[in-house]
Design a protein around this ligand. Structure first.
Ligand SMILES: *[C@@H]1O[C@H](CO)[C@@H](O)[C@H](O)[C@H]1NC(C)=O
Ligand SMILES: *[C@@H]1O[C@H](CO)[C@@H](O)[C@H](O)[C@H]1NC(C)=O
Ligand SMILES: *[C@@H]1O[C@H](CO)[C@@H](O)[C@H](O)[C@H]1NC(C)=O
Ligand SMILES: *[C@@H]1O[C@H](CO)[C@@H](O)[C@H](O)[C@H]1NC(C)=O
Ligand SMILES: *[C@@H]1O[C@H](CO)[C@@H](O)[C@H](O)[C@H]1NC(C)=O
Ligand SMILES: *[C@@H]1O[C@H](CO)[C@@H](O)[C@H](O)[C@H]1NC(C)=O
Ligand SMILES: *[C@@H]1O[C@H](CO)[C@@H](O)[C@H](O)[C@H]1NC(C)=O
Ligand SMILES: *[C@@H]1O[C@H](CO)[C@@H](O)[C@H](O)[C@H]1NC(C)=O
Ligand SMILES: *[C@@H]1O[C@H](CO)[C@@H](O)[C@H](O)[C@H]1NC(C)=O
Ligand SMILES: *[C@@H]1O[C@H](CO)[C@@H](O)[C@H](O)[C@H]1NC(C)=O
Ligand SMILES: *[C@@H]1O[C@H](CO)[C@@H](O)[C@H](O)[C@H]1NC(C)=O
Ligand SMILES: *[C@@H]1O[C@H](CO)[C@@H](O)[C@H](O)[C@H]1NC(C)=O
Length: 532
């Protein structure tokens, strides 16, 4: 089988080289592989049979033969002169290559010489490549990680010699000869490999004599992940009871697996959504949210070993507006109610409302709404008795609605009349005292004139204490109340909290400590930077 193939090949070589020869030398070139049968032609013109043929190699006679002896070579001999003078080499071996000369004597005492160049070549054979360190995918594609040092080896064997060349075909550029050398092994390295080095690597082995070439190629993928953790974000939606969470982790290859999940008490890890993507959004409504819930986005990637996934998370907190629950204003003046919302996560929509029906306050010349950071202010201009009553600072976030109740007391100018009356009474008493004193001793005098009697009616503390004693029930904690009437299925839990003024200082400090959380958006430290 092999013989047939090589003979056919040989014939090809002959016809090919017949034309080529003559470039200075009219030698015939014959290429054969070890093991082949090679026939070196001598006199090929007509069917004249030479009477004697001498074959010389590199100037030395190697065989002589005539026309009369049998054509076949004697058993055990590799070389034979055929009846037409051709030299038959039964089994070519490395070393048979060289310049052969045929000297034939033709009938009529004519002599004839011809030269034949025999090339013995083999290969390239057993061409193999190895690229490492790399992981082989099921389809044979290799993968490595960005930053690795990857070595590329190519080997093969050829007789008498071969040229090895590494070629590259990538998305950004191609290079038909990254590196090239003669030898049996060609090695090169790419240090700190980058995604641009991803592509098809080919090793070509080319026999320097026969120019026969063998290609081996393989695809190499360069995987990478960003050093960052994923980014967790929330987007408030048109419907305030819904919220959208986005997680994005751009710059990973191949596409990572992102997962939105939460650790729910007693239920373990609950996965909301999980997909192969670099950005994943999740929409939840109020019934799926609760205070203190930690929503976490975890990115999984081939380059990250299990347990070392990168993640980001957000902790949800209900709104909790805080402020002075009791405010007193003097008729005709302006008063500003202030409410501070710092706990809500995600940020709440904080609005001021008026009256038990919680009518929304429409800003205008009467009401001025303003905001300074976390402070929401309502300024009521030209306060009148009608403005007295309850106001609500209402904070709504996707988790819940919490309200701060503020009671506004309006004092009219008649207080001044009271002051006048008070002073008048005091004068009367003083006068009486003077009369009494005159009748008794002059030394009692001073005791009866006890200073600030007249200021009693004007004392703010007194008014505050009065209202406070009304309210001094257990309103320290928020009181759940169902809202009046919205739509039937909209059962929102509204929390109203009032802070008794005597406890105010305490409550405020008590409030801030548990509610104040460290930053919601946190990041796991990238413990493992994938680098190989
Ligand atoms: C060829 O052979 C003849 C006689 O056999 C001889 O005279 C001649 O010198 C030979 N030629 C060469 C180049 O060897
Ligand atoms: C051929 O040449 C040789 C010497 O070169 C000579 O001896 C011989 O007689 C010749 N034969 C013929 C037939 O001419
Ligand atoms: C080969 O060429 C040489 C000179 O270039 C010539 O003398 C010789 O006869 C040629 N031989 C053949 C077989 O053509
Ligand atoms: C090629 O490999 C085969 C088997 O692996 C081996 O038998 C043969 O000798 C090798 N050929 C060369 C030229 O190294
Ligand atoms: C490449 O060849 C060198 C030297 O033989 C060897 O040290 C290295 O491990 C080889 N690399 C691969 C990927 O086969
Ligand atoms: C092999 O699989 C990888 C990942 O599945 C793919 O990116 C690559 O194109 C595949 N290679 C070939 C040659 O099909
Ligand atoms: C191919 O790679 C070699 C070696 O890195 C470099 O010298 C040559 O400029 C490159 N050629 C192209 C066309 O990129
Ligand atoms: C390899 O060998 C060939 C033939 O000897 C030569 O032309 C080529 O320049 C060599 N290449 C290298 C890289 O040494
Ligand atoms: C072998 O690789 C070389 C260089 O990449 C290319 O030019 C040639 O066409 C390839 N040959 C085969 C048979 O694939
Ligand atoms: C969240 O993702 C959605 C859909 O991809 C997009 O419309 C929205 O703008 C994203 N929000 C943020 C804050 O990135
Ligand atoms: C998020 O991913 C989707 C596909 O999963 C894509 O269509 C969209 O453009 C991406 N959005 C951003 C902001 O990257
Ligand atoms: C806040 O809520 C009110 C209704 O209570 C609504 O009109 C307003 O658009 C909301 N503001 C934002 C920023 O969502």
């Amino acid at each position: 089988m092999k013989l047939v193939v090589t003979l056919a090949l040989l014939h090809l070589c002959l016809s090919a080289t017949a034309a080529v020869s003559g470039g200075g030398s009219n030698e015939t070139v014959i290429t054969a592989a070890p093991g082949d049968v090679a026939i070196l032609p001598c006199f090929t013109v007509g069917n004249v049979t030479p009477s004697l043929t001498t074959w010389m190699k590199n100037g030395e006679v190697i065989i002589r033969g005539g026309g009369s002896p049998p054509d076949s070579a004697p058993v055990g001999q590799r070389l034979a002169v055929l009846h037409d003078g051709s030299l038959n080499i039964k089994e070519v071996t490395p070393g048979d290559e060289g310049s052969y000369l045929c000297n034939s004597t033709l009938p009529g005492n004519r002599t004839f010489q011809t030269g034949v160049l025999l090339q013995v070549t083999s290969g390239p054979e057993n061409v193999s490549m190895s690229i490492g360190p790399a992981t082989t995918l099921s389809n044979g594609t290799l993968t490595t990680y960005r930053g690795s040092t990857v070595s590329f080896n190519c080997s093969g064997s050829s007789y008498p010699a071969q040229q090895l060349t590494w070629a590259f075909r990538g998305d950004l550029f191609n290079n038909d000869s990254l590196v090239s050398a003669n030898g049996s092994l060609l090695e090169f390295k790419i240090e700190d490999i980058q995604p641009s080095a991803q592509g098809l690597y080919s090793c070509r082995a080319r026999n320097i004599v026969s120019h026969q070439a063998v290609n081996k190629s393989t695809q190499l993928l360069v995987y990478y992940v960003p050093n960052r953790h994923p980014d967790c974000m929330w987007t408030l939606m048109q419907d305030p009871s819904h919220i959208q969470f986005n997680c994005s982790w751009l710059g990973a290859y191949p596409t990572p697996l992102l997962r939105w999940h939460a650790n729910q008490a007693g239920q373990g890890d609950h996965i909301y959504v999980s997909r192969l993507t670099d950005n994943l959004s999740l929409t939840l409504n109020r019934s799926q949210l609760f205070k203190g819930q930690m929503l976490k986005c975890t990115a999984q990637h081939r380059t990250i070993p299990p347990g070392k996934e990168k993640s980001c998370w957000m902790t949800l907190e209900s709104p909790y507006p805080q402020g002075d629950p009791l405010v007193t204003a003097l008729e005709g003046t302006s008063i500003t109610l202030t409410c501070t919302e710092t706990t809500s996560k995600p940020p709440a929509n904080t609005t001021w409302r008026k009256g038990l029906k919680q009518d929304e306050i429409i800003p205008g010349s009467k009401y001025i709404l303003s905001r300074q950071g976390a402070d929401f202010k309502l300024t009521i201009t030209n306060v009148s008795k009608d403005d007295e009553g309850v106001y609500f600072c209402r904070s709504e976030n996707p988790l819940s609605i919490t309200e701060l109740e503020v009671f506004l007391t309006v004092k009219n100018s008649s207080v001044n009349t009271g002051v006048v009356i008070g002073i008048f009474i005091a004068v009367l008493i003083a006068g009486a005292a003077v009369v009494v004193a005159k009748t008794v001793y002059s030394s009692r005098h001073q005791i009866c004139l006890g200073g600030g009697f007249g200021q009693v009616g004007d004392d703010r503390g007194d008014v505050l204490n009065l209202v406070e004693s009304d309210d001094e029930q257990v309103f320290q904690d928020s009181v759940p109340r169902l809202p009046p009437i919205t739509n039937g299925h909209h059962t929102t839990l509204v929390q109203i909290h009032r802070i008794p003024s005597s406890d105010h200082e305490e409550t405020e400090t008590a409030d801030t400590s548990p509610e104040q959380q460290e930053d919601t958006i946190q990041a796991e430290e990238p413990e493992d930077l994938v680098s190989f």
